[in-house]
Design a protein around this ligand. Structure first.
Ligand SMILES: *[C@@H]1O[C@H](CO)[C@@H](O)[C@H](O)[C@H]1NC(C)=O
Ligand SMILES: *[C@@H]1O[C@H](CO)[C@@H](O)[C@H](O)[C@H]1NC(C)=O
Ligand SMILES: *[C@@H]1O[C@H](CO)[C@@H](O)[C@H](O)[C@H]1NC(C)=O
Ligand SMILES: *[C@@H]1O[C@H](CO)[C@@H](O)[C@H](O)[C@H]1NC(C)=O
Ligand SMILES: *[C@@H]1O[C@H](CO)[C@@H](O)[C@H](O)[C@H]1NC(C)=O
Ligand SMILES: *[C@@H]1O[C@H](CO)[C@@H](O)[C@H](O)[C@H]1NC(C)=O
Ligand SMILES: *[C@@H]1O[C@H](CO)[C@@H](O)[C@H](O)[C@H]1NC(C)=O
Ligand SMILES: *[C@@H]1O[C@H](CO)[C@@H](O)[C@H](O)[C@H]1NC(C)=O
Ligand SMILES: *[C@@H]1O[C@H](CO)[C@@H](O)[C@H](O)[C@H]1NC(C)=O
Ligand SMILES: *[C@@H]1O[C@H](CO)[C@@H](O)[C@H](O)[C@H]1NC(C)=O
Length: 488
């Protein structure tokens, strides 16, 4: 937009000055146009910024007064206006120190009168109580304050936020009970309160939240029975109650969640009784975790119908034979450890899975030569735990055939092979072969492992220089060198 100039009427100097004036005016005009966001809302956001005490990754560095706040990182305005509709700030789920935000959530955000979504996810170090200013936001529909350090109680009047479609306070330090008023949040499709310090029993009113697709209450201290309130839920895909203190049976109304339910995770509780037959109806089940409870009796034959299950964890219960012959094409992870099974061999439907990465069959009464376990695909194997069985033969064929194995646990078997023949892949970190009949020398390659146990075998010779305790090597035939006694 260069101004047209007539060289006969203006000297070059005047023309240049004129050009600059136009340029400056244009710039100023542009700036004024740029700062278009609502001044109250800009002030609200800047108030939030001043509540943040440290921002090492510079997440909020373009939040500068006088610039268009609709363009600030994490701020989303309505498509047809300059009003802030959503605040969406995410860090990183790992403890990457670069993406931490420290500080509190300033109540000045109540100035964002049209806010419908507040997303403060994985910022790790946002503290303070529940942000009660949300009660002043008539449009608020989505609250995701995940993986931060908020604490205190969930407000008793949470039920007045009746427009809420999703409420996630997962991964904070909330204490106390879940307020009964939560029953009024009937539009909720997601309720995620996992990994807090919540206590008490589950309010019966959660049964009113019939539009839930995701109910995550894992990693709290909830107790009592799991309420039998699922019969009106028609869309639930994920039910995660892992890691609480729930007791009693699996309630029968869970059967009404078939066939849609994809994740049923009830591990690490004090549940008891039999595993109900109706679980076989869950044809869309991706993950079933009933581990670390007190389930007894047999695994229902109806499990043969779980043809699409990827992750099955029944470990650490009181289950007995016979285990049903599953029809699943590709299991990804299986853990049946520490029950009272006598499987005899590793099941065929396990060996034939093309995608299995984790196989845990510790204490499953397996009596076989390990060479007879011929998995059709070993490429994905990360973890293999066969501890406490009666497995004979050599681990070399199996371990050597894996590319990315991370851990192999096979303590307390009857394995008999030359340790020098074992190949350690690049990701190999954990090896436990204690209480077997492994012989030969301890190879240098063990030095790079994170955890090692070779105790009670028939190994001999000088140990490579290593960081492991003596208990990792005791009980062998003639090992010597630190941490054992020096070689003669
Ligand atoms: C844009 O907003 C104005 C004023 O809020 C409203 O009158 C108009 O209908 C909106 N246009 C669209 C396409 O939503
Ligand atoms: C987390 O925040 C607290 C107080 O706001 C601060 O003292 C602490 O250093 C922060 N931690 C990290 C890792 O930034
Ligand atoms: C559940 O969702 C449906 C469809 O989205 C809606 O019509 C119904 O009102 C909702 N139920 C409740 C209790 O909000
Ligand atoms: C359920 O909770 C457990 C424990 O926190 C977690 O490992 C798992 O990923 C959760 N499942 C889903 C589907 O979120
Ligand atoms: C599997 O499902 C079919 C069809 O619903 C049913 O007839 C059969 O009895 C089920 N099998 C088992 C072992 O429960
Ligand atoms: C169940 O087993 C799977 C696969 O081995 C594992 O990833 C998961 O963490 C286990 N669950 C619990 C609650 O231990
Ligand atoms: C089996 O039980 C033992 C003893 O309680 C425990 O140390 C081990 O971790 C369990 N193994 C698995 C795979 O759960
Ligand atoms: C191993 O086999 C012996 C006899 O062959 C049996 O007495 C023992 O109980 C078995 N141990 C396990 C862990 O299955
Ligand atoms: C296993 O790997 C080791 C180390 O690479 C090699 O010496 C040995 O011959 C391999 N054995 C088998 C059976 O593949
Ligand atoms: C190795 O295994 C033995 C016997 O199972 C156990 O006593 C010892 O504590 C273990 N040591 C290490 C370092 O895991």
């Amino acid at each position: 937009m260069k101004p047209k100039m007539n060289p006969t009427h203006a000297s070059t100097a005047t023309a240049t000055a004129f050009f600059f004036l136009i340029a400056v005016l244009t710039l100023l005009h542009h700036e004024a146009n740029a700062a278009t966001c609502h001044p109250e809302e800009e002030a609200g956001l800047l108030g939030f910024k001043s509540g943040i005490k440290s921002d090492p990754s510079g997440m909020l560095k373009n939040w500068i007064a006088g610039t268009d706040c609709c363009k600030w990182a994490g701020v989303e305005c309505h498509y047809n206006s300059t009003r802030v509709e959503r605040l969406y700030l995410t860090g990183q789920p790992d403890e990457n120190p670069k993406s931490i935000l420290s500080g509190t959530i300033s109540p000045t955000l109540s100035k964002l009168k049209l806010l419908d979504g507040l997303y403060l996810i994985d910022l790790q170090n946002i503290s303070g109580p529940f942000p009660t200013f949300v009660f002043q936001l008539p449009n608020i529909q989505y609250i995701y304050i995940e993986n931060n350090k908020l604490s205190g109680r969930i407000p008793e009047n949470i039920g007045t936020l009746t427009r809420l479609g999703a409420l996630s306070l997962a991964g904070n330090r909330f204490t106390g009970t879940v307020p009964g008023s939560i029953a009024k949040l009937t539009e909720l499709t997601q309720l995620k309160l996992g990994n807090n310090l919540l206590t008490g029993t589950l309010p019966k009113g959660v049964g009113n939240l019939v539009n839930l697709t995701y109910l995550g209450l894992e990693g709290n201290k909830f107790r009592g029975t799991i309420p039998d309130f699922f019969s009106s839920f028609t869309n639930l895909r994920i039910l995660n109650l892992t890691g609480n203190r729930f007791s009693g049976n699996i309630p029968s109304s869970i059967s009404t969640l078939a066939p849609k339910l994809g994740y049923l995770e009830l591990g690490h509780n004090s549940l008891s009784g039999k595993i109900p037959d109706f679980l076989g109806k869950f044809r869309a089940l991706d993950t079933l975790d009933l581990s670390w409870n007190r389930f007894r009796g047999t695994v229902p034959g109806s499990f043969r119908n779980l043809t699409k299950i990827f992750n099955l964890n029944l470990s650490n219960n009181l289950l007995v034979d016979p285990f049903p012959e599953m029809n699943v094409k590709g299991i990804e992870s299986l853990d049946l450890s520490n029950n009272s099974f006598h499987l005899g061999t590793i099941p065929k439907w396990v060996a034939s899975s093309p995608i299995i990465f984790s196989l845990k069959l510790a204490g499953c009464g397996i009596n076989m030569r390990l060479e007879d376990f011929k998995p059709s695909e070993t490429y994905f194997y990360d973890f293999i735990d066969l501890s406490g069985n009666n497995i004979t033969g050599s681990a070399i064929g199996l371990v050597n055939s894996t590319e990315y194995l991370v851990g192999f646990w096979s303590a307390g078997n009857k394995l008999k092979f030359d340790l020098g023949g074992l190949r350690f892949g690049q990701r190999f970190k954990y090896l436990d072969l204690s209480r077997n009949s492994v012989f030969g020398k301890v190879p240098d390659s063990v030095v790079g492992l994170q955890e090692l146990n070779l105790s009670y075998n028939h190994l001999c010779g000088k140990l490579p220089k290593n960081k492991f305790p003596a208990s990792a090597f005791v009980g062998n035939d003639c090992l010597c060198g630190a941490p054992l006694q020096p070689c003669k």
